[in-house]
Design a protein around this ligand. Structure first.
Ligand code: AMP
Ligand code: MG
Length: 418
């Protein structure tokens, strides 16, 4: 990471694109070390520490995929119909323990083990039943309608790779192997604080010129949803000494330090300068709107993100830059790319070429089944209300200008994070 004489005016590289910034951040991050064993259910949204090998075949025995009749495929008629005597019933969880001989079949339910002497299931809708006889015609194949042992997984095979972010489907797989515990990576610890002489915390009375600190709540919410350990260090005032102390205290207990406010070039913006003095500055501008500038670097072994103070800017930069970084730090082997959909614009959009713009939008499905998106109110970077109404970002590329209703745009659904 390069050293910069930051905080003295002048931008690091105002043309650095989001993609370039993401690549630089990714190059700096290794998964946080350590793991713990947790109960299978508690592994939801955690990251698998080591591959899981199957100790059993899944399914453990060949079973029926249908409700029907099990028989020996070699006995199927080549033409016309043949009667098979029904000699019993096989249920899921209650196997039939006899053996079917020539001209015999067994009534079988879905999931029941295939009885001895049979290797084929004919679905019940295709069988004519008369008393104890089942009449079966010539349209069937030997071996049909079975789920072979080990079809899903064979004993010894890798069931799940390390670095998988465990979703409900994965919990099901783990359970299907009979595992009650699973080793997951340690959650990264993220400490954050707000900076600003004007900030009051909820519960305090607002003095003249004060506003309530909202960034600590939006950041808390997004961090919780990302499944990291959250350490809230409150509000820090705009002076070098307090900031320096807070930086060091945060870095001592966390893998990542996140601040909001104080990263521009105003008289009271000391964050980048402090980072430069006691840590390392990687960059402090990215060509996105809202959100420039944002500081990225390291302090005392911890990763550092200095987000802008404006409430919407803080959320946008978190979503676009911090979220992918935390995925990596969690050890997710293949970080999920943010979902993008194409939608027809229902509003006019203002935009100047230059930066990648994330406008707050409301995505919906129109009567014709197509996606449409409208602007979620005023777009100022301090207007949290449009963020609260929105369910997506309308993503406008760097070179794009103003847009008219009816044009197609790319939309990034919040997907539960914002
Ligand atoms: P700054 O980035 O410190 O220059 O702040 C930019 C704007 O965001 C100012 O209007 C601040 O008052 C506001 N702001 C900064 N931090 C917060 C916060 N934690 N909650 C709400 N607004 C904030
Ligand atoms: Mg400030």
């Amino acid at each position: 990471m390069k050293h910069h004489n930051a905080g003295c005016g002048g931008h690091d590289d105002p043309t650095q694109t989001l993609q370039e910034a993401l690549a630089r951040i990714a190059a700096e991050i290794e998964p946080a070390e350590g793991f713990e064993s947790v109960a299978t259910r508690d592994a939801l949204d955690r990251v698998l520490y080591a591959p899981i090998h199957s100790t059993i075949d899944v399914p453990a025995y060949t079973n029926s995929a249908m409700d029907g009749y099990a028989l020996d495929g070699a006995q199927l008629p080549a033409e016309g119909e043949r009667a098979f005597r029904v000699i019993g019933t096989a249920w899921a969880g209650r196997p039939f323990d006899g053996t079917a001989g020539p001209g015999e079949c067994v009534r079988i339910m879905t999931g029941a083990p295939v009885p001895a002497g049979t290797d084929t299931v004919v679905m019940q809708e295709q069988v004519r039943r008369e008393g104890d006889d089942a009449y079966i015609d010539a349209r069937h194949r030997p071996g049909q309608n079975l789920r072979p042992a080990g079809e899903d997984l064979k004993a010894g095979e890798i069931a799940l790779d390390e670095g998988v972010l465990l979703r409900p489907a994965h919990l099901g797989m783990i359970a299907s192997l009979g595992l009650s515990e699973v080793r997951v990576r340690r959650r990264p610890r993220v400490a954050f604080f707000s900076t600003g002489d004007e900030l009051a915390s909820i519960g305090e009375t607002l003095g003249p010129g004060q506003i309530y600190d909202s960034n600590r709540y939006t950041l808390y919410g997004m961090l919780r949803r990302l499944g990291v350990e959250v350490i809230d260090l409150g509000v820090v005032r705009d002076n070098r000494e307090d900031l320096e102390q807070a930086f060091l205290a945060a870095a001592a207990q966390a893998d990542v330090v996140i601040t909001s406010g104080g990263v521009s070039v105003g008289e009271a913006d000391f964050v980048t300068e402090t980072l430069d003095r006691i840590g390392e500055v990687g960059f402090w501008t990215v060509a996105i709107k809202p959100g420039r500038p944002i500081a990225f670097g390291r302090v005392a072994g911890a990763l550092f993100f200095g987000l802008p103070g404006n409430p919407v800017s803080a959320m946008v930069t978190f979503y676009q830059l911090v979220q992918p970084a935390l995925q990596r730090l969690k050890g997710v082997a293949v970080p999920e790319a943010p979902a993008m959909v194409r939608a027809t614009l229902a509003s006019r959009l203002k935009k100047k070429p230059g930066r990648r713009d994330f406008q707050r939008g409301i995505l919906s499905v129109a009567a014709d089944g197509e996606y449409r998106v409208e602007v979620a109110g005023r777009q100022g970077s301090g207007i949290l209300r449009s963020m609260a109404r929105a369910n997506c970002f309308i993503v406008l590329a760097e070179n794009c200008g103003a847009l008219e209703p009816g044009e197609e745009v790319s939309v990034q659904p919040f997907a539960g994070l914002c």
